[in-house]
Design a binder for this molecule. Structure first.
Ligand SMILES: [Zn+2]
Ligand SMILES: [Zn+2]
Length: 393
């Protein structure tokens, strides 16, 4: 079977839907208009669907031929950014923008639904369409799973697409193993004892202690982690003190901890704690640390990623690359923890049209030539895994 580009009417519809959603961005768990659009489109196509996780939608396409149950996931939420892309279909909502491409993800999954629904007679297995809210936070994947998104019918493999400004339109990226990092937040407070700035010996200054902690935390990446593995320890904010001649009694810091390897991730909290407690003792202050665990790393199933990558190289005209993993995070991780999963990257770069900015930039643009490529890739995943042409075990 050759993987073919979608017909013109599907392309045009996908572009139209993408631009409509782009004009009306909605933040996590506020995706009412987007949800209604998805429901209208699935209803018009005759695809059975149900609401889930407040503003999410699950659709099911049941093929007439025996095969596997494959899920395709698209996220739907926007970001609190004021758009400066200059696109004629820019956001009509000040302070909100589809700057991560989730508008394109939703439109492409609807395009794939259109094609898959039309080929039900020859379709092997079933396809579950996961329209997910709140990827940018607080996270829609976990509530969808908790409310049975993967259970009825029972999903055996899952894929997602994410637009990627590093790759040109016409290229997809499939990398086996870890592709996104875990993202955990930490809140660190240094408790000293205040006093007059002229008499530091009568106080316990929180500021030099905090500075020493920031410096010492750098050794987690540079001295404690295998140089061939990845970790990020970032102190993102720091605040404390009152004025020039007062010793600060307290400094508050926040930061992010990221890793690909679950073992490294799981050891980070105790490493941070050991270092800040040690520095606190040395500086005669106290430290309190709180870690809020966020998304786990996305780990692409190795056989599924290898087999799908090989399949697309032989059956499609697309460039199939193996891009480097990133330290960004994705709550697709929860789906991929449940069943074999692949995060597929979709090239959207085009220097001629200014589609060169990374996601979360107010200037973010997409080369829309990528949209039919994404539809084609989703359809190819569903049909090849559903029929067993691409094995996942
Ligand atoms: Zn994003
Ligand atoms: Zn995103």
């Amino acid at each position: 079977m050759t993987v073919i580009l979608p017909p013109d009417e599907v392309r045009e519809r996908v572009v139209e839907i993408r631009r409509t959603i782009h004009r009306h961005p909605e933040l996590g768990f506020e995706e009412q208009q987007t949800q209604a659009l998805v429901e209208r489109e699935l209803g018009a196509l005759g695809v059975e669907h149900r609401r889930i996780a407040n503003t999410g939608v699950v659709g099911v396409i049941r093929g007439a031929q025996p095969g596997h149950v494959v899920a395709l996931r698209a996220d739907m939420d926007a970001l609190p950014i004021t758009e400066k892309s200059g696109e004629p279909f820019s956001s009509e909502v000040p302070g909100k923008m589809h700057a991560c491409g989730h508008d394109a993800h939703t439109a492409m999954l609807l395009g794939a639904a259109r094609i898959l629904q039309s080929m039900r007679a020859e379709l092997h297995g079933s396809v579950v369409l996961l329209f997910q809210p709140a990827e940018e936070g607080p996270g829609g994947a976990e509530p969808m799973i908790a409310q049975g998104a993967l259970d009825d019918p029972k999903v055996e493999a899952v894929a997602m697409l994410h637009v990627d400004h590093r790759l040109h339109a016409g290229t997809i990226g499939v990398t086996p193993g870890p592709v996104n990092a875990s993202a955990d937040e930490f809140y660190l407070t240094v408790h000293g004892r205040g006093g007059h700035g002229a008499y530091p010996h009568t106080a316990a200054d929180a500021i030099p202690a905090a500075c020493a902690m920031v410096t010492a935390l750098q050794t987690i990446a540079s001295r404690e982690t295998d140089p061939l593995k990845s970790v990020v320890v970032t102190v993102g904010t720091m605040s404390g003190g009152y004025r020039n001649n007062v010793i600060a009694d307290e400094v508050k810091m926040t930061g992010t901890l990221r890793a690909h390897d679950p073992e490294i991730r799981n050891a980070l909290e105790s490493r941070v704690r050991r270092i800040v407690d040690g520095v606190a003792a040395a500086y005669n202050v106290k430290a309190t640390l709180e870690v809020n665990y966020g998304y786990p790393p996305v780990v692409n199933n190795v056989p599924l990623a290898e087999n799908f990558s090989r399949y697309m190289k032989t059956h499609s005209q697309l460039h199939v690359e193996r891009p480097m993993p990133t330290m960004g995070a994705e709550d697709f991780a929860y789906f991929a923890q449940r069943v074999p999963g692949v995060h597929i990257r979709l090239g959207i770069r085009n220097e001629q049209t200014g589609a060169v900015h990374s996601g979360h930039s107010p200037e973010f643009r997409i080369d829309e030539a990528a949209l039919p490529v994404g539809v084609q890739t989703l359809v190819a995943f569903a049909t090849s895994v559903g029929s067993g042409a691409v094995a996942f075990k």
